[in-house]
Design a protein around this ligand. Structure first.
Ligand code: SF4
Ligand code: FES
Length: 257
């Protein structure tokens, strides 16, 4: 297959970006989207041009780094699929494909398709610790976890922190990501001692990072490669309300107690 790529090129955070057009020749339908970009980059290098910078690590759909907008959709046209797991058979010979970085104020462009998502790291860090008993291993059934709760917690824990939810949201909200991180601990017995403090601190940090507010478009759920449900947002909002009422007057800071 042969494709025309319109790719966002930006030399650095302060540089002015622009779309540039490249032709990808000899694209196999079995290639992943990133492998197709690898081939384009090899050709650019052979011509002495700068390769297209893009983030990637596992290429197995588990690290969340391969983030880019493909034809205006985070991670491209295939539902529940990261860019690294997207194959070129999802496109047709002769297609024109537009490739851009995430567009959100808290995710500044570092170069080309690479953005700085450390705002997510700071939200996670603000959640702090969980109380975990140390010493010798407990008996297998010492802490019973209802099956429903463990299933929901595992579903929430599937979030890979890719940022597609933010990129898809017209408000640039990080609520689905934050809600997933809050929920996977709030649903388990181990997450209870710090439950209030955690949700207050993570919501506070989310605001400090200047992510937008949630107005329930649910574009985040549609774009999420791990199909994180917006039900987690409702769970987080309930937790946040309860924690706010219970801790009125207390000073709760991001990362603090
Ligand atoms: S909630 Fe989904 S889209 Fe958002 S960061 Fe997690 S995995 Fe990515
Ligand atoms: S490179 Fe790790 S999820 Fe795509």
């Amino acid at each position: 297959m042969k494709m025309t790529l319109k790719v966002w090129r930006q030399a650095g955070p302060a540089a002015r970006g622009e779309f540039r057009t490249y032709v990808a020749n000899d694209v196999s339908e079995h290639m992943s989207f990133l492998e197709m970009l690898d081939v384009v980059n090899e050709e650019l290098l052979a011509k002495g041009e700068e390769p297209i910078a893009f983030d990637h690590d596992c290429r197995e759909g588990i690290c969340g780094t391969c983030s880019m907008m493909i034809n205006g959709v985070p991670h491209g046209p295939k539902r529940a699929t990261t860019t690294c797991q997207l194959h070129m058979r999802s496109f047709r010979d002769g297609d024109a494909i537009t490739i851009e970085p995430w567009r959100a104020k808290p995710f500044p462009v570092i170069r080309d398709l690479v953005v700085d998502r450390s705002a997510f790291d700071r939200i996670i860090a603000s959640g702090g610790f969980v109380t975990a008993p140390t010493g010798s291993a407990q008996d297998a059934n010492a802490i019973l976890v209802p099956k429903d709760a463990s299933d929901l917690a595992m579903d929430a824990a599937a979030c890979i922190g890719c940022g597609a939810c933010v990129a898809a949201c017209p408000n640039g909200s990080a609520i689905l990501f934050t809600a997933a991180k809050v929920a996977h601990l709030a649903l388990l017995p181990q997450g209870q001692p710090e439950r209030d403090r955690r949700v207050l601190a993570m919501a506070h940090q989310m605001d400090l990072e200047e992510f937008g507010g949630c107005t329930l478009f649910a574009e985040c759920e549609a774009a999420c490669p791990k199909e994180i449900s917006v039900e987690n947002i409702a769970r987080m909002n309930r937790d946040l309300l309860r924690a706010t009422l219970r801790n009125r007057g207390a000073r709760v800071e991001a990362g603090g107690g």
